[in-house]
Design a protein around this ligand. Structure first.
Ligand code: ATP
Ligand code: MG
Length: 345
């Protein structure tokens, strides 16, 4: 029933309708709300990030430096600012939503897929430029399957998966590969190449997808490691087994973003991490959205980080998206299943 991506005939029929709407996130970055956020991030969360790292990765113990009250206050301030920025992004996108939906970067339209039983039925959602859609749902509901459909590792039985205006299930394998290069994927558990150094891991997509010189690759790898708050000189030559779980996740993000893809996909980026490292990884995903205007689809089990990073949340249950809306709409819902899913938040 299910066709794997590389099977079967493919007719390449490309209509280049790639979105040309300017980056909503870039506009937002110039807005007062975002300025506040930028200030907040510089002085608040990143300072807190560094404390996180001190605690996690062998630095000084910082418990005496940082009272729990101060942490709570920082988190509350971040959350208020995060809500304002998400709202600004949605406002920015509203005119596009009403008119022709040219800002759609990823869209699933009435997608159905079955393996030995139906997994997804009539699933539709749109991720617009600069949005972070977080897909949540119980285990086995098809969240990772959605990422595989977006990557065209799977094709739907019916319906369309469009990336930047192209129905990717109709592309040839070679064209599909090109579309895949528009996306950075962060796999569950980071999935680094164990026998390769951090440098080679992050350089991998650059060697595969670009003809950059060794010098350019070196510069780019260092830049990406710094973006994820890792000190290149300290870890470039290390093997993944020498890193902590949180560092491995961040190297995974650096690798995913190495070739500057406009789309990032994350499968459970915070699973298995302690709350402090979870906060660090969540902030990194938000940083990619806000500073680089990246469009993201994140699969997560972590409701708290979902609410921090999502512009919209899609809840998958019984083969369908049973809720799609803002974090605020989700917490305000009195639907019994949603309330149960949120566990009384
Ligand atoms: N290649 C495959 N062949 C057959 N069944 C599959 C295949 N891939 C996934 N499935 C089934 O599809 C369903 C959805 O799988 P998927 O991995 O998307 O779930 P998930 O929501 O990501 O779950 P989890 O939260 O546990 O990661 C599961 O029942 C799984 O067993
Ligand atoms: Mg999964």
């Amino acid at each position: 029933m299910t066709r794997h991506a590389e099977d079967g005939p493919r007719t390449a029929r490309l209509t280049d309708t790639a979105a040309t709407v300017p980056s909503a996130a870039a506009h937002v970055a110039a807005s007062p709300a975002a300025a506040l956020e930028v200030d907040g991030r510089t002085t608040g969360p990143e300072a807190s990030d560094r404390r996180d790292e001190d605690r996690r990765e062998g630095g000084r113990r910082a418990e005496d430096d940082t009272g729990a009250g101060e942490d709570d206050e920082l988190t509350a301030r971040e959350e208020r600012q995060g809500a304002r920025v998400r709202e600004a992004i949605r406002d920015e996108l509203e005119p596009a939503v009403q008119g022709e939906d040219r800002s759609a970067i990823i869209s699933l339209r009435n997608v159905s897929l079955a393996f030995d039983r139906p997994i997804l039925q009539d699933v539709s959602f749109v991720a617009r430029k600069g949005e972070t859609i977080v897909v949540v749902g119980e285990s086995g509901t098809g969240k990772s399957t959605i990422l595989k459909l977006i990557l065209r590792l799977l094709v739907p039985d019916t319906g369309q998966v469009c990336i930047e205006g192209r129905d990717i299930s109709r592309l040839s394998f070679a064209d599909a590969l090109k579309v895949r290069q528009r996306m950075g994927m962060v796999f569950q558990g980071a999935a680094l190449f164990d026998s390769m150094s951090v440098f080679e891991n992050v350089a991998y997509p650059l060697r595969e997808q670009t003809d950059m010189s060794e010098e350019e690759i070196d510069t780019r790898v260092r830049e990406k490691l710094k973006f994820v708050d890792l000190e290149p000189d300290q870890i470039l030559d290390q093997l993944p087994s020498q890193l902590s779980g949180g560092m491995r996740k961040r190297v995974g993000i650096a690798r995913g973003m190495a070739a500057d893809p406009p789309i990032m996909l994350y499968d459970e980026p915070t699973s298995g991490l302690d709350p402090l490292t979870t906060g660090t990884v969540t902030r990194l995903i938000m940083k990619l959205q806000r500073e680089l205007g990246v469009t993201s689809v994140v699969v997560s089990h972590d409701i708290r980080s979902t609410f921090r990073m999502a512009t919209r949340v899609a809840l998958l249950a019984e083969r369908r998206i049973v809720f799609s809306g803002t974090p605020e709409e989700m917490t305000g819902s009195d639907d019994e299943y949603i309330r149960d899913f949120l566990g009384g938040l």
